[in-house]
Write a protein that binds this ligand. Structure first.
Ligand code: URA
Length: 425
């Protein structure tokens, strides 16, 4: 059945409900090029302004899944579980998490993306390991999942191509921040990927997409409902992103910190979140008798990491690259560090070269920000607080500008909980 693009746009512009037929048609026609970018931009803006109800979001997600292939992991000998984070500063959790969960007997097909803006991308981080490659064929992915139990690789072009096209359009038309579009974008890829269980890490705070708890909760509830209705056991944790995770933001810097966690050390917040998400993934996959923390302590998660990196051409023993140019930012006063703003640190890391402004830009493996203290720590005026890393010293000034309001020292600090809420059965 054919519809008219302008009628579909008018329906949503006038706060109407899109019918199932309209949704199926517009997604399919846009993917084929029969609906023009300017028409889809207008529709995305109408959705951003007027929203979609649960039925519309579910149908929109199904239509995006139907635009491409669906993977199937049913033949694997173990259950599968995946994790998706809505993105934050210093969020390297996937790197230790996938090997930990695999070491507990659940396979992790982690199809990831590259970073855009101030939040880093998992593939960019792993590409700082000499030799490691992100692109795997579906056969390679299946073999590695069966033999190693964990794969972190680029999502192929075949999964939800409608989303790929629409996300690129939203990125340049100010329509990324619409909860129905974010939820359907993320869940179409995850459902098409074929994972049996899914744990969502919905970030809230200055360094996240969602700045307000109510928005994070709405996004989490929408995604959990979409996953559950599609037969994927889905839960969400809402976690704090007002402060960067761990002590590093930047590609090689974050790999180094992840390896510390896999070696049984590392910053306590990274360890806490890795264990919390691993426990949820295992429970969602039906495995309740294994302690993920033990797999960090006894070295089996590290064994999986090394095998996983080597299986994709990487050298897990290689020395990671280090920035030739470094600049130390001192503590501005003596007292308790009360603010280290995630957005400010993320933008600084991005401006130092760790992230990209356009999707075709290269990223620097060495650039980023290293933190020497976290909110709640006692600091003394003049002590090193941050080290900025880059290969281009002309970038320091712009990075420092983004830190102007990012740091505060006070008499005390009330630490917010890292895991704020849990949504799902
Ligand atoms: N990540 C996605 O994959 N899609 C969005 O819309 C936002 C974040």
């Amino acid at each position: 059945m054919s519809f008219d693009a302008v009628d579909v746009i008018r329906t949503k512009r006038d706060k109407g409900e899109l019918s199932d037929g309209q949704i199926d048609w517009v997604i399919d026609a846009y993917t084929r090029g029969d609906v023009a970018d300017e028409q889809m931009s207008a529709l995305a803006m109408a959705i951003l302004l007027n929203g979609m109800n649960r039925r519309e979001i579910a149908r929109w997600t199904a239509a995006m899944i139907a635009s491409g292939e669906r993977m199937d992991f049913a033949k694997l000998s173990r259950p599968t579980a995946d994790k998706h984070s809505t993105g934050g500063v210093g969020d390297k959790i996937t790197l230790p998490l996938a090997p930990v969960v695999a070491a507990c007997g659940v396979a992790v097909p982690q199809l990831s993306g590259r970073g855009l803006g101030h939040t880093g991308g998992t593939l960019d981080k792993l590409e700082s390991i000499p030799g490691w490659r992100a692109a795997l064929s579906n056969d390679e992915l299946m073999r590695q999942l069966d033999e190693v139990g964990a794969v972190i690789c680029a999502a192929g072009d075949g999964l939800a191509p409608a989303d790929k096209k629409l996300y690129a359009l939203r990125d340049v038309t100010g329509t990324v921040e619409a909860i129905p579009l974010i939820a359907s974008s993320i869940m179409s890829k995850k459902i098409a990927e074929g994972t049996g269980a899914l744990v969502l890490d919905v970030k809230v705070g200055s360094g996240a997409f969602m700045k307000e708890l109510a928005d994070a909760r709405e996004l989490a509830e929408t995604m959990v409902a979409l996953g559950t209705d599609a037969g994927v056991r889905t839960v969400a944790l809402i976690t704090d992103m007002s402060v960067p995770l761990g002590l590093t933001a930047g590609n090689a810097l974050e790999v180094r910190e992840s390896v510390e966690v896999l070696a049984g050390g590392g910053p306590s917040d990274v360890v806490e979140l890795t264990i919390a998400l691993a426990a949820e993934m295992l429970a969602a996959a039906g495995v309740t008798d294994v302690d993920p923390a033990e797999k960090l302590r006894d070295g089996t998660a590290m064994d999986v990491w090394r095998t996983m990196i080597a299986a994709q051409g990487g050298d897990p023993s290689a020395v990671l690259p280090v920035a030739p140019e470094q600049h130390v930012v001192p503590a501005p006063a003596t007292g308790v560090l009360s603010k280290l703003d995630a957005l400010g640190i993320g933008v600084a890391a991005w401006r130092l070269g760790a992230g990209r402004a356009r999707k075709e830009d290269p990223v620097s493996p060495v650039a980023g920000v290293e933190l020497h203290a976290k909110p709640g720590d006692q600091v003394t005026e003049g002590q090193p607080l941050l080290t900025l890393h880059t290969d281009d010293p002309t970038r320091f000034d712009r990075a420092l500008e983004s830190l102007t309001d990012a740091i505060e020292v006070a008499a005390s600090y009330d630490r917010p909980p890292l895991v704020i809420d849990r949504i799902g059965e």
